[in-house]
Every structure is written in C-alpha cells, then in structure tokens.
Ligand binder design. Structure first.
Ligand code: SAH
Ligand code: SF4
Ligand code: F3S
Length: 441
C-alpha cells in the first residue's frame, strides 16, 4: 500500500458525485493517488447522502466494513463528508468511533488543512454552518468518459416539508455565468462531449442574483456556442421554475437535449399543499402539456413519494392515475422517510411502515407498466444517440448510449464510435431500454 492513496465511496445525487470529483482533484494535487478499492488505500472517504433513512444507514454499514480494514491496518484514516456529515457533525464520532475526520458540504476546500491537522490530532471535525458560494479554486478530477457534470447552482430555497436538502446544502446560491462558461470550455478541451448542468432546482438558476438576464434559458444559449460540445442537459427542474423561455430554448438550441426531469412528488393537490410544493395537479399537467406541444418527442421523468404523512388511499390513487395520464419515460419512487430537522417528520399522522411499503410496491408496479407503455412509441423510429460506452461479450461488441430524450439504447457497433453521435433504428425494447441497429443511410 502506498502511503498516500485514497478511495472515495459516493452515495446520493449527482451533486455528491460532482463534489467527489472536487475532492479527488484536491487530493491528487496533494500527491495522493486514487484507488478503486478500499483495501488498497490509506485514506477512505465516505461521501454521504441524507435524503432518506436508508441512504444514511448505507453510509454507516460501509463504515462498519471499513472499521475492519482499520483494525488490520491502524494507519488507515477514515473520513466522512457529504449531507450526513453536515447534519450530524461531531456526533458522527460517537456513532462511528472508527471515523477520524468529519467535514461538511461547505468545507471541501479546507481539506488540505484538515488533513494536516489530523497528523497531530486524534480527531478533526469541521462543519461550516453558513453556506458559501461555490468556489472555483479547486480543479475537479473528472473521470474519463463522455459526459461531465457541471454544478451551476447549489442549495435550495423551497423547504418542502419532507426534505433535508435545504438543511444539508443551505440556501440557494448560483454561480456567475462567466465562471460556468469558463469551466464548460475547460470540460470541452478535456474531450468531454456532453455537459450535464447540475442543481437541486437547476431551473431556479439566477433567481438569487440581482440581474434578470441571468437565468437558465440564457445560460443554455451561451453554452450552445461551445464548438466541441455535442450535447447539453440539465437536472433537476422544479415545476414552478420552468419558464416559457426555457421551453423555447430547449426546443430551439441544437445541442440542448429535449429532456426534463420534473419531480412531481404526489398526484394529489392536497398532499402537494402539505408537502409545500407550490403547484396543483392541474398546473403540473398543464406544464407537461405545454412542453409536449412544443416538443412532441420530449423525454419526461419524475419523482414520487408514497405514504406521505396523512396521505389517504384516495390521494395515493391520484398519484397512480397521474402516471397513467402522463406516461413518463421513467420515475424514481420512494416510501416517505421522516428526516431530522424537517417539519413533516414530527407530524402525528405518520403512516405505518408496512403501509408505506405496500403503497411503494403498487407505485413501482405502475411505473414499470407505464414506462413500458411509453417505450412502444420508439419502435420503428430512428433516434440520435450519443455513444457512451461498450460491452464486449464473446468478441461481440454492444454499444450503449442515450437518445436526446435520455433513453438508454443498446446496439451492435464499433468501439471507436464511443463519444460520437450515431443514428439508431429502434427495433425492440427491453424493460428499461431500447434496442436497435445503427442506421448508416
Ligand atoms: N430538488 C428536487 C429533488 C431532490 S431530492 C426536487 O425538488 O424535486 C430527490 C428526491 O428524493 C425527491 O424528488 C423526492 O422524491 C425524494 N425525497 C426527498 N426527501 C424524501 C423523504 N423524506 N422521503 C422520501 N423521499 C424523499
Ligand atoms: Fe428538497 Fe423541495 Fe428543495 Fe427539491 S425543492 S431539494 S425536494 S426542498
Ligand atoms: Fe442526498 Fe445530499 Fe444529494 S441529501 S440527494 S446527497 S444533496
């Protein structure tokens, strides 16, 4: 084992993955080498997610495994960062005594200093309570590939009654367009073909800056001019912040993919109100209609929560009927999980665990059914696919990529096509993806 080697386990959303790239960049700059197995590393970093109890538990169960590695080799240092670290602070040490270093979501740039401190101190904890603007001093170490994540806004001002994000990531902060464009050019020069703009509510971009010209629609327009980039995407959109101008630019700008991830959370207006989501079922449906009218081939995905406190059977059924009505291309689902600091966690009308699970199972079945139905429309179509990778099996190569609508497609072809745009004729569908052949004509 090298003395300066590290391994990062990243749980949670793309923002965490992007943070891990920053952490890798900082550590590589300090002379550390990244390893892909914890057994080979002297510094183990757990980048945690707090969105549900299950994600938090997962972090601690990994730490249980790492504890054994540390028992074998006491020189190993264990660090915890991310959203659980931000919420739990030094109490992590009581829950998991094998942890040496805890740092918050706003403390990534301090890492060199914290590691230095750790040389003389048994334990170090640094969690900044006040959110800071994203700093550009660190250069993220992006993994090789076709797509690169580019965070443009951090935090969230919505304070939905179930969600920890405003507590773990702080209030909304947008980066300045100049910094984003500079980083996008850097990404392009490194050979990436696709940029995925990131934010908890990516379409709120610019709302916190006193300049009405700074918004996602205009940012997309500028990014569309970067020659080497073939595609641009953005996630996650909040339904209340999708403007007509944004829809128009997604339709008109050649590199911006016709795809929106718009979490709805519940099909019932009453539940939405208690979730503090500022729209009704009807308004959400109107929005979908408007987007589809402009872009009939648009890809639409969403998130739904089953078993929110006080959700009646009837209100749950409104979520199911929503899926029939919209036929999304995919939906993420979860049983409601009470989270520390959030208002809904202490409400009296919590549903029993088994009931939440029962509803989640029904919801998942409905998702499978409706997603399969939504895929039928692609059969016989020829779609533009950005080739992202390949699998080799018995000398046979299967390429994998995504359509503009963000559908995964598999098709035979040459490895050299990775990173290029090809047209694929869709012949059949599997449960979550499309299967076809490259169309050479
Ligand atoms: N910013 C996005 C969502 C970020 S969190 C938005 O506003 O839509 C990702 C998803 O996790 C949410 O869309 C929600 O469906 C789910 N989620 C968040 N908190 C949850 C909780 N307490 N229990 C279950 N699911 C939750
Ligand atoms: Fe959480 Fe709501 Fe903010 Fe999304 S909009 S991150 S669900 S508080
Ligand atoms: Fe999880 Fe934090 Fe992302 S709670 S979903 S890692 S912002």
């Amino acid at each position: 084992m090298y003395s300066k080697t590290f391994y990062i386990e990243t749980l949670g959303c793309q923002m965490n993955k992007s943070d891990s790239e920053k952490i890798s960049g900082i550590l590589e700059n300090l002379g550390y080498e990244e390893k892909f197995s914890p057994e080979d590393s002297s510094l183990l970093i757990m980048n945690t997610c707090s969105i549900r109890a299950m994600s938090e538990n997962k972090a601690y169960s990994y730490l249980g495994v790492w504890k054994k590695l540390k028992q074998k080799n006491p020189a190993v240092k264990i660090a915890m960062c991310g959203c659980v670290a931000q919420q739990t602070k030094q109490k992590v040490f009581a829950k998991a005594p094998q942890v040496d270093l805890v740092f918050g979501t706003q403390n990534i740039n301090e890492l060199p200093l914290l590691l230095e401190k750790l040389e003389n101190q048994e334990r170090v904890c640094s969690v900044l309570q006040k959110p800071v603007h994203m700093q550009d001093s660190s250069v993220p170490s992006r993994k090789e590939g076709v797509s690169a994540w580019l965070p443009i806004i951090e935090g969230c001002d919505y304070f939905c009654t179930y969600c920890v994000v405003p507590y773990t990531r702080g209030r909304q902060r947008s980066r300045m367009p100049g910094d984003i464009i500079k980083e996008a050019r850097q990404i392009a020069s490194e050979g990436f073909k696709e940029i995925i703009l990131l934010g908890q509510t990516v379409d709120s971009y610019g709302n916190d800056i006193d300049n009405p010209g700074i918004n996602l629609a205009n940012l997309l327009k500028e990014l569309n001019n970067i020659d080497e980039i073939a595609r641009i995407r953005f996630v996650t959109s909040h339904p209340a912040d999708i403007t007509d101008e944004l829809i128009y630019n997604v339709k008109e700008l050649g590199k911006v993919c016709e795809y929106f991830h718009i979490p709805m959370q519940s099909g019932s207006t009453e539940v939405l109100k208690r979730m503090r989501r500022p729209y009704t079922r009807e308004e959400y449906l109107e929005l979908i209609k408007k987007i589809r009218k402009e872009m009939p081939g648009v890809g639409l995905t969403s998130d739904f929560i089953a078993g929110f406190p006080g959700e009646t059977e009837e209100q749950f059924e409104q979520t199911l009927s929503m899926l029939d009505e919209v036929t999304f291309d995919h939906c993420n689902t979860a049983a409601y999980s009470p989270r520390k600091q959030t208002p809904a966690a202490v409400w009296k009308d919590q549903l029993p665990y088994d009931e939440k699970k029962r509803r989640l199972n029904i919801l998942n079945k409905k998702v499978r059914e409706t997603v399969q139905k939504s895929q039928e429309k692609y059969i016989g179509k020829t779609l533009e696919v950005l080739v992202e990778g390949f699998k080799e099996d018995d000398g046979k190569i299967t390429l994998t990529g995504r359509t503009r609508a963000n559908k995964i497609a598999h098709f035979p072809g040459d490895k050299d096509l990775v990173g290029t745009l090809v047209n694929v004729h869709i012949k059949q569908t599997s449960i979550w993806s499309l299967i076809g052949e490259i169309n050479l004509s």
